[in-house]
Write a protein that binds this ligand. Sequence first.
Ligand code: SAM
Length: 233
Amino acid sequence: MSEYDAIARLYDPWSASVIEDISFYVDEALRAGGPVVELGVGTGRIAIPIAMAGVDVIGVDSSAEMLAVCRRRADEAGIGARIDLRLGDLRKPPVDERVALVTCPFRAYLHLRDDAERLEALGAAHELLLPGGKLVFDVFTPSREDIEETHARWIEREPGIDERADWDLDAQTLTLSVRGQSGESTMTLWWLEPSRWHALLAEAGFEVLACYGWFDRRPFAGGEDSVWIASRK
Ligand SMILES: C[S@@+](CC[C@H](N)C(=O)[O-])C[C@H]1O[C@@H](n2cnc3c(N)ncnc32)[C@H](O)[C@@H]1O
């Protein structure tokens, strides 16, 4: 069971306004030429536009229900044959293929609870890459203002969908709850300073090619979001 199973039908309306990253990941996929392995593929928010742009995607996710939504959406969009969905853990992805691009969009790596899990996941992504291949992912590190503004309050994120963030500054965890008509769930995310992500990437055998502060490729300058491009040495 995954905490996403209960919100598989809520996920798309919940994330409806998150669109800023789509063209960024589509561009990376087109540059790589495909196929792409997307770790934490979810309902295909990113994978479906990539497939529609003509690039094959192997999508891995630990939530069977999220994958079921992705399968239905991909078939409805007429690109079902371009998306190969596999139930599994991104730390041990069920993927024998070797590819030029592995992605982990929309903070899915924040579901990893400690450095051992992060290194296992980064090592697994490294293993999937052809020499010179790239790992592209994004994460966040919350600001004090964001924490103070949102802590322990239910906020309407989308019509009829409420979200609550409980931040623990010492443990660097966000307990995120969401509820709506078609489901509810609570999950934990563990955040890190960008310098730690940099060090972990190096330890896992990656060279960091870029760290952006947003999906328009502006350089990272200390904001909440960081977007990483790392290559297999
Ligand atoms: C925030 S969603 C991102 C989904 C999609 N990539 C997107 O951009 O909309 C995180 C996804 O990662 C998946 N996930 C979390 N931990 C995972 C793990 N250890 N292995 C595989 N998938 C995982 C969840 O089931 C969920 O679908």
